[in-house]
Write a protein that binds this ligand. Structure first.
Ligand code: HEC
Length: 154
């Protein structure tokens, strides 16, 4: 009995220290997330998609609650359109994302995972972006990504 009490307290402490634990839905979504990471990997020299850290931030700002976040993200991924897209910067640089017509329940699980995950700020992505923008003479973008680096990575 003492042992169980100890384990319960330990688990609660670890969850509190860690700050979050994924729901069952999100844990399942995490196993499907590699299908997004192939493009949304924030460490690529030539990015194929924006880092999920920023996508999550934008969707959180633009949605009313978790349900709205999950539904609008799932709807976008199933059938991306310019009207649904909110990541103007990525759209301008990379063009519209190709449709990934997976079953709705899978898309919702992935979106739930993206809502719950604490993604690390994409510091490598910003470093590469500063280098690339500087070499094409794009002072404005270089300065913007430099600000992100200073704010989230130092
Ligand atoms: C083939 C590459 C590729 C794959 C695979 C991919 N994406 Fe994307 N994604 C992109 C690109 C490019 C953009 C930026 C353009 C845009 O916003 O449409 C993007 C943007 C997004 C956005 C922001 C859309 C907006 O509002 O502008 C979301 C949300 C998103 N992806 C979710 C996902 C999810 C979830 C998965 C996995 C199920 C996934 N993506 C897989 C290329 C990809």
């Amino acid at each position: 009995m003492e042992k169980i009490k100890y384990l319960v307290i330990l688990t609660i402490t670890l969850l509190t220290v860690d700050g979050y634990a994924l729901s069952r839905e999100a844990t399942e979504g995490k196993t499907l997330y590699p299908s997004c990471h192939v493009c949304h990997n924030p460490e690529m020299e030539k990015p194929l998609a924006p880092p999920m850290w920023g996508v999550q931030r934008r969707y959180k700002k633009n949605s009313l609650d978790k349900n709205d976040f999950v539904n609008s993200m799932a709807a976008f991924v199933k059938e991306p359109t310019l009207e649904k897209a909110i990541h103007d910067e990525a759209l301008g640089q990379l063009g519209l994302m190709p449709a990934l017509p997976m079953p709705d329940d899978m898309l919702k699980k992935i979106a739930t995972y993206i809502f719950e995950e604490n993604f690390l700020p994409p510091c490598t992505h910003w470093k590469i972006a500063v280098k690339n923008a500087t070499s094409r003479g794009d002072v404005e973008h270089a300065a913007k990504d430099q600000r992100m680096l200073k704010r989230f990575c130092s």
